[in-house]
Design a protein. Structure first.
Length: 628
């Protein structure tokens, strides 16, 4: 008996020491999306059908979302994400709906609530009747006077990263892709648009039908309602904007067809049919958002000289990196953005040439260096790794220049190591292989090893790039003679050389492109004299009528120097522009300024401006204002 026990014990110990075989299901377990309550490993939504009414008087969206589900583990409960929603009732079934039990967990500041619904093993349809609330963070209800035409209100949604759950109860994780249909009722004088097949004209019933037949992650479901018209720009592309912007948009985005051609030439056929741009009100928190078939764009992209078209190249690039091949969780965000910045740069090179692409590359590198320094000195130095660990934190905290620009430089360096031809072959193959799938960093590394590195006998420090802090030494140094010259002039001026004695003497602002000015301003010293600032402002009118990107950079600098004569212009900028990355830095310069009047100014202006900002921007500015 003892021998039996002993041998059993030995077998047991042996078994415990064996490495766990990873089956597909516990691999998924390991790669859990920590930002979602959903149980997609057991039961998940395949298709959504939305029937919603948009009411501008009460500022609520209400109706029903019908989930067509697949219960692979035949469980008795499906879990959805819900945040700031009023759930009225839940029913099961298609033709004859039967009420079912549901419960909502305690509200969590970041994730919201788990909505648990009882289902049967045979359940195919779950219908959730609900309405949004004034807290719903995805929604921006824009008052008529904040629109271009000033006659009609405007509504738009912002889903990325985990805000879709605040306007639709669903399994809000990029791990599972879904298709959707929608029927949206809006006021008669407005049109509804979605990240789907869109109408080109208003109808007199105010009811619009949508279909998105390609599976997408839920953060890409988007809706906009406003007084909009459509301008075709090419065979499969165009722009929606308020009618008073028609001419400006037609000029600004005229190169769109060329960009689509270039992108398709590089990494394969455009798989979404149509590519349109929608111009949003000034409160839109981003430069652009890659909602499929309908990129949402900030009005500051209308510069009059096409100097912000790289943002369009970027959002278009997401049609491959991000929308076609999607990050599995927000810890893999760099797979979306790093690839997209790289691809954006390649599109820019195709359309405008290498000199321009390199200028953008240097600008990106400059921004990365600043971010690396900030992150190194922050509470979370580990955030400079490409693969993140955002456990317990908001995905927003991972949306830094690391994902964008360290990701970009990783791919640029890889390109430089393997050569462009192999790089492009590999990327084509990658987009094809993972099309309409979600992917994590580890799957990418495996694929890279197998199809690019090992097959070509190439050594590359992938692991260091992805899992280590900081920037590896072998990063590819992009060079631009044009920027070098601008930086040189900036240094001379900072040392007190009069403008008239530099190469910028007699130049106009129009003689240099936006990126050249950005680099120039970044290389001016905070110690620069007031006299030089005034000289520069007089000659190049940065404070008064430069575009919003240049203004943002200029205002940050002038605040740091202790200059106070352009406070009116700064205030006007902050009251108008809700694009987070164009105002966050200004608020930061103000709150960290040595001048007490700068600090009070920041709080005062914010109190007035916040009514014009989207919840995303509000959260980010409040963070800046509350940190010292
Ligand atoms: N997908 C992002 C915007 C975003 C990021 C939304 C994080 C929610 C969370 C978009 O593609 C983007 O990167 N926009 C940039 C464009 C720029 C890098 C050219 C922007 O808004 O400035
Ligand atoms: Zn992006």
């Amino acid at each position: 008996r003892n021998i039996l026990y002993l041998s059993l014990l030995i077998i047991l110990i042996w078994a415990c020491n064996q490495p766990q075989k990873t089956t597909t299901s516990n691999k998924n377990e390991m790669n859990k999306d920590i930002h979602s309550y959903s149980n997609t490993n057991e039961v998940f939504t395949k298709h959504l059908y939305l029937e919603l009414n948009v009411d501008f008087d009460t500022k609520k969206i209400s109706g029903v979302v019908r989930h067509e589900i697949e219960n692979i583990k035949t469980v008795k409960e499906i879990i959805f994400d819900s945040k700031f929603l009023k759930i009225k009732k839940v029913t099961l079934g298609k033709e004859n709906e039967k009420p079912t039990d549901f419960s909502l967990s305690k509200h969590h500041e970041i994730y919201g609530q788990a909505l648990k619904v009882s289902i049967a093993p045979t359940t195919k349809w779950v219908n959730i009747y609900y309405e949004t609330t004034h807290e719903s963070e995805a929604l921006d209800w824009v008052a008529p006077h904040q629109t271009e035409g000033k006659q009609h209100p405007f509504l738009y949604t912002q889903g990325q990263a985990i805000l879709t759950r605040s306007w639709i109860p669903l399994q809000d994780t990029p791990k599972k892709r879904i298709t959707y249909n929608a029927k949206i009722k809006v006021p008669n004088e407005l049109i509804a648009l979605m990240s789907a097949k869109n109408p080109v004209q208003k109808n007199d019933k105010g009811v619009y039908y949508f279909k998105m037949p390609q599976p997408i992650p839920p953060y890409l479901i988007a809706l906009a309602v406003g007084d909009l018209n459509y301008i075709p720009l090419g065979e499969n592309c165009g722009v929606y904007c308020e009618p008073s912007l028609n001419q400006q948009c037609e000029y600004e985005f005229a190169e769109l067809p060329k960009m689509i051609e270039a992108a398709s030439r590089l990494y394969g056929h455009y798989k979404w049919g149509q590519y349109d741009i929608l111009i949003l009100p000034y409160s839109f928190p981003f430069g652009g958002m890659e909602n499929p078939r309908l990129t949402f764009a900030h009005p500051t992209l209308i510069t009059g000289d096409r100097s912000a078209t790289n943002v369009i190249a970027h959002e278009l690039a997401h049609s491959w990196s991000g929308n076609l091949v999607t990050n599995e969780t927000w810890n893999d965000f760099w797979l979306n953005e790093g690839f997209t910045v790289y691809f954006e740069n390649r599109i820019m090179e195709e359309v405008y040439g290498k000199e321009i692409a390199d200028i953008l590359g240097v600008i990106a590198t400059q921004e990365l260096m600043v971010a690396l320094e900030d992150i190194k000195n922050s509470e979370h130095p580990e955030d400079s790794k490409l693969k993140l660990n955002l456990e317990g934190r908001s995905p927003g905290e991972g949306m830094t220049d690391i994902a964008y620009h360290k990701g970009f430089l990783f791919l640029k360096t890889l390109e430089n190591t393997v050569g462009r031809k192999k790089m492009d072959q590999f990327l084509n193959q990658y987009f094809n292989h993972f099309a309409f799938k979600t992917i994590n960093t580890e799957q990418f590394i495996q694929y890279l090893d197998k199809y690019l590195l090992q097959s070509n006998h190439i050594e590359f420090n992938t692991h260091q790039w992805i899992y280590k802090e900081g920037l590896p030494d072998n990063y590819y140094r992009i060079k631009s003679a044009r920027l070098d010259e601008m930086n040189e002039q900036a240094k001379l001026i900072s040392l007190g050389t009069p403008l008239s004695k530099t190469k910028l003497a007699n130049k106009k602002r129009e003689d240099r492109i936006t990126s050249e000015w950005l680099s120039f301003i970044r290389h001016l010293s905070p110690e620069i004299s007031i006299k030089s600032i005034e000289e520069l402002d007089k000659q190049f009118y940065f404070s008064d009528n430069a575009n919003a990107m240049i203004k943002s950079e200029w205002f940050q600098l002038t605040i740091k120097t202790g200059y106070t004569k352009n406070m009116e212009q700064i205030k006007r900028h902050l009251l108008k522009v809700g694009r987070n990355w164009l105002i966050e830095g200004i608020y930061r310069s103000l709150t960290t300024s040595k001048l007490p009047e700068h600090r009070t100014f920041a709080y005062q202006v914010y109190l007035e401006a916040k009514q014009y900002y989207h919840p995303v921007t509000k959260a980010s500015i409040e963070e800046v204002l509350s940190s010292k």
